[in-house]
Design a protein around this ligand. Structure first.
Ligand code: BEZ
Length: 221
């Protein structure tokens, strides 16, 4: 592969580019998952150690994604027979099948659409990318990791929790937010809308300063 291969990078707030690809679940289109959130993630290569720990853990914790209406979709530039052999190996190692499709992107058309090829890291393999796509097919967040750094499932779930809660309640999440903790309400947009401490507290807000107010929301509402 040439090192300056033409790629696009989907951006936050833009439609996730649709594609059709072969996978361990047959031919799939991204758009067939509309109505579900999707975590589209790439790994560098089948039968490699860090990727094996990641896929094993994603499989072990798949139900936690399913409870959040999230469909996992893996991807690498390996062929379907390789994916099948590797996922059977993982099932043998862990006693648990891999319950989500892994896309075979041999011609790299999905990798290029999603900017997953970083030649400074590898000319032949996708980096560890993660795209958080909402139930309407919009990119809501993306994270890239180098080949040497395995991902953290707690953080991936936390991002889905934050995205889903903030969408429902029109709020934001502060640093190190965890589900159940207070969220940030929008800062006032006009001088007239500014509340003093007393007014904010009367509305149940935790007032830190005029532009930083937090509140508790019911995570299930
Ligand atoms: C790994 O999964 O261990 C790995 C894959 C590609 C390059 C380096 C490490």
């Amino acid at each position: 592969m040439e090192s300056d291969v033409a790629q696009t990078l989907p951006r936050i707030g833009e439609p996730a580019p649709d594609f059709e690809a072969n996978s361990t679940a047959g031919t799939i289109r991204l758009s067939q998952f509309r109505g579900k959130w999707v975590m589209l993630f790439s790994h560098p290569a089948d039968f490699t150690p860090v990727c094996t720990t990641e896929i094993s853990e994603f499989a072990r914790r798949n139900e936690e994604f399913v409870r959040r209406n999230v469909q996992l979709l893996g991807l690498s530039v390996d062929g379907v027979p390789s994916h099948i052999g590797w996922t059977r190996d993982i099932a043998g190692l862990t006693g648990r099948p891999v319950p989500f499709p892994i896309i075979s992107d041999l011609d790299m058309h999905v990798s290029r659409l999603y900017g997953m090829l970083h030649p400074g890291e590898s000319n032949t393999a996708t980096v560890r990318s993660v795209f958080f796509i909402d139930d309407k097919g919009v990119v809501r967040a993306l994270i890239y990791y180098p080949l040497s750094t395995g991902r953290n499932v707690d953080e991936l779930l936390r991002v889905f929790d934050a995205l889903q809660l903030t969408s429902r309640h029109g709020v934001s999440t502060p640093v190190d937010w965890q589900p159940g903790q207070p969220v940030v309400v929008p800062a006032p947009a006009t001088t007239e809308a500014v509340l003093d401490r007393e007014q904010a507290e009367a509305q149940g807000l935790d007032y830190r300063t005029w532009y930083l107010r937090l509140k508790q929301v019911d995570p299930n509402s």
